[in-house]
Ligand binder design. Structure first.
Ligand code: FAD
Length: 450
């Protein structure tokens, strides 16, 4: 059998795996199959590309197939892997480079395989979901199509269906482009699984202040004659001329499942710390795979680019013969909602209780800079602490400045299972342009300790 690593999927996890494997073992053949036209791009930048902050989509592309070829990695775009035969150590590939044609099919053998098939945007099976003007945002080509639509059609009314963070980021983008924006959410709550109610209230306040209407209703259909004209819900009909599906991501696991690769309890591919799946010589990484949540000790599904890159790197290194492992995550994320930064790490109160922890919660409001310093603004810090042990289980922060740096302190604390007294003792940076003398994190820790 040839010493060949085959990677399925060419974005964050797949390209990290391919590049790392080649660096570890220069002799190894590394071949990537990507069914789309682009590889190695920053999907996270798409809302800002659509808003015009990033003028050209090419700026989102980190590496091209030609650049990868110079590093010795063979990349085939518009090539879809249609089957994996784990016994024969082969993949079946359909070449879709010919426009309009079905493409020729061939098999490729491998001694190691990395599945990095990512995720897809959750898509409701609603009538009219395929109408022009209804967009999901996952692949770069979808982002480009949405920006083209906005440029050419100049829509006036946008509807975001769902309240996930991408939906919120896109509500901001549409608003900044001058559109009327409504978010239609079944629960009526934005970022429902990510934030506790008191923190979410701050986000919803900002959305309302910026002119985004959030409505609790159940969308049932998209309507339109050749192009979307309205979203029909159980509570009425809302006109729109562009709609975005923002209901989260689902792992792309069909190929792995058909090959007999085990899924975990979350429905994503189960792996060990080396990113090995249940099948020998087969790895999985990125949004198609589960992660170990270090606070709960349980597998979780938290599809983020930060994790996909790390998991891909570990899978590639291990497949090429190096020692590498991925420790797990604590569920850290940050996003911008107009003038606010919104961040969380660890468990919310609801999540902590759902895994049987008894917790106390502390929410404080402080200033992000010295109170007299120009530009000082309110910042809200919430801490979730296990009552019996005093261990920090999670944190959420909303403010204008210094939110990301502070959530990263809490994430570090979670990685090391710090208790609240440890947090109180942290030597955090202070100078008036950056923080008050009592950093909001220390204020929150002092209040929580009481
Ligand atoms: P994907 O990016 O989904 O790539 C998988 C690739 O595999 C796809 O290109 C697909 O075409 C290909 N593929 C699938 N099946 C096959 C097949 N059978 N044959 C060949 N190819 C196949 N994360 C953050 O951490 N921070 C952020 O701020 C952030 N913002 C985001 C904003 C948006 C709008 C989006 C969409 C995502 C954002 N993310 C963010 C998430 C981040 O982009 C993903 O976690 C990351 O792209 C996952 O990388 P991946 O390689 O695992 O999967």
């Amino acid at each position: 059998m040839s010493k060949r690593l085959v990677v399925i999927g060419g974005v964050a996890a797949g390209m990290s795996a391919a590049a790392k494997a080649k660096r570890v073992d220069r002799e190894r053949e590394v071949v990537v199959y990507e069914r789309g036209p682009f590889i190695s791009y920053a999907a996270c930048g798409m809302p800002y590309y659509i808003a015009g902050d990033v003028p050209d989509y090419q700026e989102l592309i980190v590496r091209t197939p030609a650049q990868m070829a110079k590093q010795g990695v063979e990349v085939h775009v518009r090539h879809e892997v249609t089957a994996i035969d784990v016994a024969a150590h082969t993949v079946t590939v359909r070449d879709r480079t010919e426009q309009g044609g079905d493409g020729r099919t061939f098999t490729q053998d491998w001694d190691k395989l990395v599945i990095a098939t990512g995720a897809r945007a959750a898509q409701p099976s609603m009538p009219g979901v395929d109408l022009p003007g209804v967009f999901a945002l996952r692949a770069l080509s979808q982002g480009m199509a949405l920006r083209r639509f906005l440029d050419e059609r100049q829509p006036r009314q946008a509807i975001v269906v769902g309240g996930g963070y991408i939906g919120v980021e896109m509500a901001e983008t549409f608003r900044r482009l001058g559109l009327d924006v409504k978010m239609l959410i079944r629960s009526g709550q934005v970022m429902r699984t990510t934030l506790d109610d008191d923190v979410r209230a701050l986000v919803e306040e900002e959305l309302a202040r910026q002119g985004v209407t959030v409505l609790q209703c159940q969308p049932v259909a998209f309507e339109g004659d050749g192009r979307v004209a309205a979203v029909v819900t159980t509570d009425g009909r809302y006109p729109c001329d562009v709609a975005l599906l923002g209901m989260g991501a689902r792992p792309e696991t069909a190929l792995a499942q058909a090959a007999g690769v085990a899924l975990g309890p979350t429905g994503a591919i189960a792996t060990d710390a080396h990113m090995c799946t249940s099948v020998p010589d087969v790895y999985a990484a990125g949004d198609c795979a589960e992660v170990l949540h270090l606070v709960t000790g349980q597998p979780d599904y938290i599809p983020l680019g930060s994790t996909a890159n790390k998991q891909g790197r570990v899978a590639g290194a291990h497949a090429a013969g190096a020692q590498a492992s991925f420790g797990g995550v604590v569920g850290t994320m940050v996003t911008r909602v107009f003038d606010l930064a919104v961040a969380r790490t660890g468990l919310t109160v609801a999540q902590a209780r759902s895994v049987g922890r008894t917790v106390s919660e502390t929410m404080i409001k402080a200033r992000d800079l010295a109170h007299y310093f120009p530009g000082a603004a309110p910042i809200h810090v919430k801490l979730v602490v296990e009552e019996e042990s005093g261990r920090l289980l999670g944190g959420q922060i909303v403010g204008r400045q210094g939110v990301a740096k502070r959530i990263d302190v809490l994430a570090t604390a979670l990685h090391h299972a710090l208790v609240i007294e440890d947090l109180q003792r942290l030597d955090l940076s202070y100078a008036p342009p950056f923080a008050p003398v009592w950093d909001p994190l220390l204020v929150a820790a002092n209040v929580a300790a009481k």
